[in-house]
Design a protein around this ligand. Structure first.
Ligand code: AMP
Ligand code: MG
Length: 454
């Protein structure tokens, strides 16, 4: 596992005081190692999970050539351009789920239902509504069909032996259906990751607490909870942690022991006089950055290390008995277990933006997902936007479709990083890239659409 120092040394032009947003993702890709433990789960339970191995199709889907319509199956070689076709109807009907067992003479057709196996030698289906039937005689008008029409090929969806799904794919509704269509009751997925989160800051109130002067209610835990839950990870809510060394140490230690990753908010700004940064530094291998972005800027990233518990009659320490607590720098040997740390800024919008831009892709990697970054849409800016080159800006935007079909985007107005309301009004983020300058009205800009993520 590379250290912060090793990753930093390998990164071109690494400057923790002015890190471009793209370097943050590069850095995190080096820091995060995907989980390796896997488990087999049933198809229903696989929703949102990440596939741990390719799913190779044991069967062909569909397993036979079959009819795509209710109609009459016949030999398409009999079709002649410009001429109607007269066919004699054979006895019986080919139903879905039951093979038609009759024998056919030249020029005969068979009544067939959607999904029924194509009788041997027949390759074309004329829909019921296209023909004239007179007793056992069927007449097809000229030039309405081509050979092979309305026939689905065996293996058209999937051929036996071919990979139907790839390792690293997050399983959505379509994938569940596909797995079931292969007759597979279970699939192997990566274990679910667990993410602990807490808010820091003495001015932060939990719900239910009586407001005092200078306090604000904690909103970050709720947005982080929502963002994590939408990703399908297991969450561990650790509340608001007071800006006291003992409380912070206990929280970080518990989180590192129980979770794969820790997300905190607040207390990482440069001028911050609190203990959060100091405790991160003490308990782990952590970098403190000023990112060239807006909103966001300060962020701490690294690992919090779990120390070895002193032997307790050969058993694990009881719940709550935290070794090292209150003994900062006790120099305990490491267990090898650590949790990733994402120390996000405190501002509610900055939390969401840094989560979307950096934490989400990093957690996806941790989950074993090979998902690529979300596709950015292009929209015409409905207003001029001020932008300084040399930093990435994420403005809250409302994307709409114009009468002419083009996408247009306007901002939600006040872009203050504390204005959470604007995040609710927005349906995407306008991404103004690092080197980009001012945007004129009508210019094309990139937009990250929330689409189920928020
Ligand atoms: P900080 O990064 O700790 O300097 O916090 C920046 C701003 O975000 C301050 O105005 C904080 O009051 C506010 N803030 C920090 N944590 C939270 C939180 N959990 N919920 C809402 N606002 C917060
Ligand atoms: Mg603070």
């Amino acid at each position: 596992m590379p250290t912060i120092e090793q990753i930093a040394a390998a990164l071109q032009g690494y400057d923790p005081k002015a890190l471009p947003a793209s370097s943050v993702n590069e850095f995190l890709a080096q820091l995060v190692e995907p989980v390796t433990t896997t488990e087999k789960v049933g198809v229903f339970a696989a929703l949102g999970r990440v596939l741990a191995e390719d799913v190779v199709s044991p069967i062909s889907v569909p397993p036979h050539d079959n009819s795509a319509m209710d109609g009459f199956a016949f030999d398409g070689a009999l079709l002649r351009p410009g001429q109607p076709l007269i066919l004699q109807l054979a006895e019986g009907t080919a139903f879905a789920g039951k093979a038609w067992a009759g024998a056919l003479a030249q020029g005969q057709c068979v009544k067939i239902m959607t999904g029924a196996i194509m009788p041997t030698g027949l390759d074309t289906v004329v829909p019921l509504e296209f023909v004239k039937q007179d007793g056992h005689q069927i007449t097809l008008p000229a030039d309405i069909l081509q050979r092979g029409d309305n026939r689905r090929f065996m293996g058209e969806d999937l051929m036996a032996g071919q990979p139907a799904l790839r390792q690293g794919q997050t399983l959505g509704p379509a994938a569940l259906g596909l797995i079931a269509s292969l007759g597979l009751p279970q699939v192997r997925v990566f274990r679910r990751i667990k993410v602990a989160y807490f808010s820091t800051g003495d001015e932060i109130l939990s719900l239910g607490e009586a407001p005092r002067e200078g306090t604000v209610f904690d909103s970050n835990r709720y947005t982080v909870f929502g963002l994590l839950t939408r990703m399908g990870v297991e969450v561990l809510d650790m509340g608001v942690v007071k800006d006291e060394p003992a409380a912070l140490e206990a929280a970080f230690r518990q989180a590192a022991r129980e979770a794969d990753a820790i997300i905190t908010s607040g207390g990482v700004s440069m001028g911050e006089a609190d203990h959060t940064k100091a405790m991160m530094k003490q308990l782990g291998d952590v970098a403190f950055w000023r990112i060239a972005m807006r909103p966001g800027r300060p962020m701490a990233v690294g690992r919090i290390v779990v120390p070895h518990a002193p032997p307790l009659r050969g058993s694990l320490p009881p719940e709550g008995a935290e070794p090292g607590l209150g003994r900062p720098g006790a120099g305990l040997a490491e267990t090898g277990k650590s949790a990733l740390l994402f120390g996000l800024p405190g501002n509610p919008v900055a939390v969401m933006v840094t989560f979307l831009a950096f934490v989400r892709p990093a957690l996806q990697r941790l989950m074993g997902s090979t998902a690529s970054e979300p596709v950015l849409l292009q929209a015409h800016s409905a207003e001029a936007l001020r932008k300084k080159p040399g930093r990435t800006e994420y403005q809250r935007g409302i994307v709409t479709r114009e009468a002419d079909g083009r996408l247009s985007v306007r901002t939600t107005g006040n872009q203050g990083s504390g204005v959470l309301r604007s995040m609710v009004e927005a349906n995407g983020l306008i991404v103004l890239h690092h080197d980009q300058g001012h945007v004129a009205m009508g210019d094309t800009v990139d937009v990250m659409v929330f689409d189920g993520v928020i």
